[in-house]
Ligand binder design. Structure first.
Ligand SMILES: [Zn+2]
Ligand SMILES: [Zn+2]
Length: 135
């Protein structure tokens, strides 16, 4: 993935911090602000949490990043891609993408409810295989 192109396509200036944020998130899949801050600080020791938030919010505003809201936990951020569902481990908080055709679901729900769909967030939760072994 070319992050410079991605930033420009979304009308944003390319900065080393933004490139660092994007590659960190891409590597992990989803990241919360605290993990991201620790990671980014390794590369940019002088960055403040406020600056990190500002960069994140700017990229969320142009929909380059997507905020994944989790009830009872801090939000995680991911690089926007096709609509997908999430699977959350209730024990360790691991978040996984699920390949699931949300378009079909959306079409069906529009048909049944006569709503015009704007966004779908589908979050499923359970206990991941690693945590099951610790029982
Ligand atoms: Zn787990
Ligand atoms: Zn995701």
């Amino acid at each position: 993935m070319n992050y410079e192109t991605l930033l420009r396509e979304h009308g944003l200036k390319v900065t080393p911090q933004r490139l660092g944020i994007l590659s960190a998130i891409q590597e992990e899949g989803h990241m919360g602000i605290d993990d991201l801050f620790l990671q980014i600080k390794k590369k940019f020791p002088s960055i403040s949490l406020a600056t990190l938030y500002k960069n994140i919010n700017t990229m969320v505003d142009v929909e380059l990043l997507k905020e994944v809201a989790l009830s009872g936990l801090k939000s995680r951020y991911e690089i926007s891609k096709a609509a997908h569902a999430h699977l959350l481990c209730e024990k360790c908080g691991q978040l996984k993408d699920l390949d699931f055709d949300l378009k079909d679901l959306s079409t069906k729900i529009e048909y049944d409810s006569h709503y015009r769909m704007k966004r779908i967030d589908l979050m499923l939760s359970g206990i991941c295989p690693d945590c099951q072994q610790q029982d």
